[in-house]
Design a protein around this ligand. Sequence first.
Ligand SMILES: Nc1ncnc2c1ncn2[C@@H]1O[C@H](COP(=O)(O)OP(=O)(O)OP(=O)(O)O)[C@@H](O)[C@H]1O
Ligand SMILES: [Mg+2]
Length: 348
Amino acid sequence: MIIIAIYNRSITYFLLYAVETDNLSKVYSSGLKAVDEISIKVKNGEIFGFLGPNGAGKSTTIMILTTLLKPTSGNAFVAGFDVTTNAKAVRENIGYVQQDSTVDEYLTGRENLELQARVNHIPKNVRSKRVDEILEIIELSDRQHEAAVTYSGGMRKRLDIGGGLLNMPKVLFLDEPTLGLDIQTRYKIWEYIKKIHDEFGMSIFLTTHYMDEADKLCDNISIIDNGKIKITGSPKELKNALGNEIVVFEIDSSDKINTLVSNIKKLTTVKDVSIDGTMITVFTTSGDQLTPQIFQHANDLAIKIENISLTKPTLDDVFLSHTGRELREDDGKYDRKKVRERMRRIRA
Ligand SMILES: Nc1ncnc2c1ncn2[C@@H]1O[C@H](COP(=O)(O)OP(=O)(O)OP(=O)(O)O)[C@@H](O)[C@H]1O
Ligand SMILES: [Mg+2]
């Protein structure tokens, strides 16, 4: 009876969801709770983004979903299979491209893929043809016989992604697919991800700390911070929930800031307000209506407005609104040179 129930559950989830987690948690032996009761549903065929800053728990979650790490509690299903009790079936249905490159620089592009195909138990009789197909998809056929050390950062990343495609997975996991790449290369990688998704109808689960990446690529996203899911929805839904416009202004002193903010919060067009020093950000459904009201309230309290601007919400603002912090603060850590140094240390 129990077996039938589990079997049915797997089939149901296979049909509906590429990934589903239910109060999934991971506590490392140090006592740190890196993943804290997360429940997410990724529909079959969608590109889903896990957006969060350094140390948010993105890679830990992906490692649980790809069966490399055991959860402490909760459940997770990938392609309909339980990651804990049916890890082999999960592995047969997924591709995983790690945050840090696994490309061996001293092998050619083709040798890298052939090696990975052997490790992934791709049958010998189809291996060579599969590698040809993948090289075609990632547009590296013409450079396949050159050592990867001669490849650009973008070409190496394409090779990494190619490795994740070798078993033509139902669900592809990409951990920070454009980490440390320059902006043009990032755009190119986005094109490849979209192409793979559209041509193969693959479900893609990616992690990123880049707002624009989540915005451009993903059908749905979850914002994760300190191991907890803050909010889930499509980028459009999340931005719209903040209202259509944002008024940002700075005042000359923080003395009566709390009174001013509490007065502004009462206005009918205001959705949310956040404070950063003497800078106030107001999410509103009508910037035109709100701006003169802000001046009026500031005037009543003898507060001087130093500068004011009107913009449209971005995912940065969504993050700010749900965590009280800016995600961009962490960007300095993704200096390309530092990433390369880290990769070198890992390889050594
Ligand atoms: N093996 C480990 N043992 C103990 N703590 C760990 C381990 N791996 C990660 N952590 C900690 O767990 C937390 C989440 O780490 P994780 O790598 O999942 O974050 P992330 O969102 O992927 O961050 P990044 O954007 O830097 O890749 C961090 O505080 C990290 O220091
Ligand atoms: Mg990570």
